[in-house]
Design a protein around this ligand. Structure first.
Ligand code: ATP
Length: 273
């Protein structure tokens, strides 16, 4: 991917099959993304305005970013990725310029998806600042609103945003024609954990004695990111035991599982809903 001052651009390689679980969500997202990007003419024909923005929210490490990338891959769209925190930390005016520039570039190479990670940082509720002057966040938000409203004319551009704090997002962004669709990305249940473990061991040499189903049952409250880490770590344990190892056994997975604790409790995870 190419990187210009805080934005990365690429057509991502990750596909829907690389994401375990979330089947209904994937279906919804697929339609919401592919229709406006691939069939914008059909929308015009019927006089229906296509979706412009989708907000993904949920606990950290549960595939919001990966879903956005898979959506871009499926639509063969250029994927512009911006971090809310990074935009926020730029010099006065620089963040706004970067936003405008990103939308302009996205129009040039459409179909495009513009993805905002940590969207709450730049789309925080207005009027929460202490002084009367406009804050960095307010200026970024108003630029974003202007650009999103301008998408009416632009075909094949969709804005996706991810946040762990949906309640912190300014209501102005939630109006129709802006973030038309809000999707909750939940933590994985036991079946999803099983699938995630399958996805992340697909390329690994694992012994048939490795019981991924059992492992899924024993990893309650683990996020997708943590399960991915567990698989990688099991490989490292096998190598540490024997650098010439040719296969990873169940006891390697067990050793890692026992040493790991999920970062978030059930209560914390639920608080993201
Ligand atoms: P954050 O809120 O911290 O940005 P996120 O929800 O955007 O997190 P991702 O960055 O998409 O999460 O996922 C982190 C890692 O965990 C990725 O490398 C991804 O492969 C893995 N992962 C998370 N959920 C799943 C899943 N359902 N299937 C496969 N891998 C997953």
């Amino acid at each position: 991917p190419s990187i210009t001052r805080g934005v990365t651009v690429e057509i991502p390689k990750v596909s829907w099959d690389d994401i375990g679980g979330l089947n209904d969500l994937k279906k919804k997202l697929k339609q919401a993304v592919e229709w406006p990007l691939k069939h914008s003419d059909a929308f015009t024909r019927l006089g229906v305005s296509p979706m412009r923005g989708i907000l993904l929210h949920g606990p950290p490490g549960c595939s919001k970013t990966t879903l956005a990338k898979a959506a871009a891959h499926a639509a063969q769209a250029s994927f512009f990725s911006l971090s809310g925190a990074e935009l926020f930390s730029m010099y006065v005016g620089e963040g706004e310029a970067l936003l405008r520039n990103t939308f302009r570039r996205a129009r040039l190479v459409a179909p495009s998806i513009i993805f905002f990670d940590e969207a709450d940082v730049i789309a925080a509720k207005r009027g929460t600042g202490s002084s009367g002057s406009t804050t960095v966040g307010e200026r970024l938000l108003s630029t974003l609103l202007t650009e999103m409203d301008g998408l009416e004319e632009a075909k094949g551009i969709l804005v996706l945003a991810a946040t762990n704090r949906p309640h912190a997002i300014d209501a102005a962004l939630m109006r129709p024609g802006r973030f038309d669709l809000v999707l909750y990305v939940p933590p994985p249940d036991v079946e999803a954990r099983h699938e995630i473990l399958r996805v992340h061991t697909r390329g690994m040499k694992i012994d048939p004695d490795v019981d991924l189903g059992q492992l899924a049952e024993e990893t309650e409250n683990f996020t997708g990111a943590e399960l991915e880490g567990l698989c990688r770590e099991a490989g490292i344990v096998a190598l540490r035991e024997n650098i010439t190892a040719t296969i990873i056994h169940n006891h390697h997975f067990q050793t890692v599982k026992i040493s790991l604790k999920p970062a978030l409790t059930k209560k914390e995870i639920d608080s993201y809903a």
